[in-house]
Design a protein around this ligand. Structure first.
Ligand code: GRF
Length: 215
């Protein structure tokens, strides 16, 4: 008499899976981990990848018990090889959304096309003003009275993809670039997890340059 056995199909992934790329301190990674832990962000981090072994943010992943690894860009002959290695690790971890969190390598169309899903970045200025490095200092030197942070979808053009969320902070007369950056960072930690949740949940579209909620 044959024994009847059931092999249930694997349970569908209940939460959207994130891949977080870092290069340094990882305070935005820590904010994402905290938002997941206290239920503000409905997602799971599948993998944290640093392109430098000395990225301090790796410790946040370790503390939280999140899988983390290093893919050192210097170990690859070309940018395309490095990016293909990143995508391979992300796919292994079943990442559906990539969050750049202080990741200091420009990603080319090779990465964006191969990964295929949404890639988010947090940039410490009110885009489209002050693209590139040292955005807080650029804003301070320019003399703007309002500064802030932008979360945007990554496209091949640097800091130019559709804007998902922004928040403002005042620039005070006695600010230095460092005090301004610290005020902006508080808002980064607040809006990045929110924006990641919004994108990961789906139900949004791009109209022209505009990120619009609703199908
Ligand atoms: C943040 O200011 C972020 O806006 C920028 O790089 C910095 C990363 O900081 N893209 P951290 O590593 O998340 O602390």
């Amino acid at each position: 008499m044959p024994i009847e056995r059931n092999f249930p199909s694997p349970a569908p992934e209940p939460l959207p899976v994130l891949g977080v790329l870092i290069s340094g301190r990882g305070s935005n990674l820590r904010a994402i981990i905290a938002a997941i832990a206290d239920g503000r962000l409905q997602a799971r981090i599948g993998v944290v990848i640093a392109n430098r072994a000395d990225a301090a943010g790796l410790a946040h992943a370790e503390t939280a018990g999140v899988p983390a690894l290093v893919v050192d860009h210097k170990a690859f002959a070309t940018r395309a090889d490095f990016e293909e290695a990143l995508v391979a690790r992300l796919v292994e971890a079943r990442a559906e959304v990539v969050c750049l969190a202080g990741f200091m390598r420009i990603l080319s169309p090779v990465f964006l096309e191969r990964f295929g899903g949404p890639v988010l970045n947090v940039h410490p200025s009110l885009l489209p003003s002050f693209v590139g490095v040292d955005a807080q200092r650029q804003a301070w030197e320019h003399g703007v009275k309002v500064a802030g942070v932008t979360v945007h979808l990554v496209t091949p053009e640097l800091d130019a993809g559709p804007i998902v969320a922004q928040a403002t902070v005042p620039v005070l007369d006695d600010d230095t670039p460092d005090t301004l950056a610290a005020r902006i960072l508080v808002e980064e930690h607040r809006i990045y997890p929110e924006a990641v949740g919004l994108v990961a949940a789906g139900g949004w579209r791009i109209e022209g340059r505009r990120f619009v909620r609703g199908r």
